[in-house]
Design a protein around this ligand. Structure first.
Ligand code: ADP
Length: 491
């Protein structure tokens, strides 16, 4: 149950709320009590002044030795309240007179118990008062205790002490009432709040549950489905959007993969069909001439060469996609490699009477995967020769430019129409499928430029078609001239 975020949220919320309410109640209780005590002290001080004024006035009017007692009796009668006790102590601390002696004697039976003035707590208060001019103190006893106030005054040339006690019974009852109210209000409040909190958490998290259910339903077959985004601005909307973007990327990659598989199988099907056809024709009759067998075998060899070429290219791209193509960088001279590739392509060029020129600057040292760079140059050269009509010209250029190595292959072929130019680096893309397949028996699956570009990028370089029109095309590759090791870049 605690595994649920909803429940955990509710518990946390409830605990924090309960704590806050209890702290608030406690603070309210203490503030009320402090305020009560302060107000009581003020009242007591005022009352004592009024009492002593009356006492003074009465003493002047009273004759005889008992004039203090008589004056005190008048003052007590005048100022007495139900929940107050007045007492006058003689200089020795003995009880001189108290309001409890004055009829009606049981003026406040429920507040002031009989014999209280001789109790230990009262005596302790009296003792404490002797050391101070004025004393405010709580005195235990009765229901809820008393707030005691003592002050000294002069009478008949001696120092007497006036003590007023006020019962805190009413305040205590009030506090008990407040406490009792808190005692049921807080649990009910917390309960209601936690129920509300639970439903709120459930409502807030409902989109997450819906999202996870829907996400669970999404598989390779329905990757196009998207999560609903109710509010783009809140956190859940943000989560749904990020999730949808992830699905977009996944869908795109699946699509690419599917297309790759479909194109690859399509490309492989043709040579395999040719191979099968050739062998079936050769074997259809029990006896054939040596010449016929030779022809069939030559066709089988050409087609299997083409098949091998395609399979190798596919394998290269698949590994490049997975970021698993191991690069073996080493130091070598790019100009020498370019010259080498030109020599290798010479036979092909000669067969089409194409003039192959190489213009390189010496000493272009580079740190790269030589086999891959060779493959890139040969792919570009192959294309240039393949798509240039007989008697044309192919030029290779290699030099250093802006701290990079520039390598360009220019031909005098028919060029690539502008609308197809952006697509020539796509996998399996061929501008003219029929021609590219029939003119060359060893390639033409539309993978050469994809691989060449991947090789440039794997070396942190670039490969672009810089110009293509009716007079020919120029492909330009830039490779970094620094000697840092290339990284296997995934496409
Ligand atoms: P292919 O195996 O068909 O040569 P590439 O990926 O090497 O595949 O090239 C893709 C397409 O780009 C080719 O089919 C061709 O139409 C076009 N192309 C590439 N190089 C040239 C070029 N030098 N001149 C004209 N067209 C070219």
């Amino acid at each position: 149950m605690l595994e649920s975020v909803r429940v955990r949220l509710t518990l946390w919320y409830t605990a924090v709320l309960a704590l806050a309410l209890v702290a608030l109640a406690l603070a309210g209780y203490l503030a009320f009590w402090r305020d009560t005590v302060q107000r009581t002290d003020g009242d007591l001080a005022e009352l004592s002044s009024a009492f002593l004024t009356t006492l003074d006035a009465e003493m002047e009017d009273q004759p005889g030795p008992d004039r203090l007692k008589n004056a005190a009796l008048v003052a007590i009668n005048e100022h007495r309240f139900r929940d107050h006790v007045f007492a006058i102590l003689d200089p020795e601390g003995g009880l001189y007179i108290s309001s409890l002696d004055v009829p009606p004697p049981k003026s406040a039976p429920e507040f002031i118990p009989e014999g209280f003035l001789s109790s230990t707590s009262f005596r302790k208060f009296v003792e404490a008062s002797s050391g101070a001019d004025r004393l405010y103190q709580n005195v235990k006893g009765g229901k809820g205790g008393y707030r005691g106030y003592a002050r000294h005054f002069q009478a008949k040339g001696r120092t007497f002490t006036l003590v007023i006690l006020r019962s805190l019974h009413t305040q205590q009852e009030m506090l008990e009432g407040i406490t009792a109210t808190f005692a049921w209000i807080i649990p009910i409040g917390v309960l209601l709040a936690s129920i509300g909190g639970y439903f709120l958490a459930r409502k807030s998290l409902a989109p997450v549950v819906a999202m996870s259910t829907q996400a669970g339903r999404i598989g390779a077959a329905n990757l196009y489905e998207r999560l609903p985004v109710k509010n783009e601005k809140d956190e859940l909307g943000h989560l749904a959007r990020s999730f949808n973007q992830l699905l977009d990327r996944l869908n795109e990659s699946f699509d690419r993969q599917r297309r790759f598989m479909a194109d690859a199988s399509h490309e492989l099907r043709t040579p395999v069909a040719i191979l099968r056809g050739e062998t079936e024709v050769a074997l259809s009759r029990p006896e054939r001439s040596l010449e016929e067998y030779r022809e069939s075998l030559a066709a089988v060899r050409a087609e299997s060469k083409r098949l091998t070429h395609i399979v190798e290219d596919l394998f290269t791209l698949a590994r490049a996609d997975a970021g698993q193509y191991p690069l073996s960088p080493q130091d070598f001279y790019l100009d020498e490699l370019v010259a080498d590739c030109t020599r290798a392509a010479r036979t092909l060029a000669l067969a089409k009477k194409i003039s192959l020129q190489c213009d390189t600057v010496p000493e272009l040292q580079i740190h790269a995967d030589e086999a891959l760079v060779r493959r890139m140059i040969l792919n570009l050269l192959d294309n240039a020769i393949k798509y240039t009509p007989d008697g044309g010209r192919v030029t290779l250029l290699c030099r250093s430019e802006n701290g990079k190595y520039l390598l360009s292959v220019t031909d005098t072929g028919p060029g690539i129409s502008p609308d197809l130019q952006p697509r020539i680096f796509e996998r399996f893309f061929r501008a003219d499928k029929a021609r590219s397949r029939s003119e060359n028996d060893g390639g033409g699956a539309g993978l050469g430029l994809s691989i060449a570009r991947w090789i440039a990028e794997a070396h942190q370089g670039t490969l672009e078609l810089s110009r293509s029109d009716a007079t020919g095309s120029t492909f330009v590759a830039f490779l970094p001239a620094n000697h840092s090791a290339p990284t296997p870049a995934a496409r």
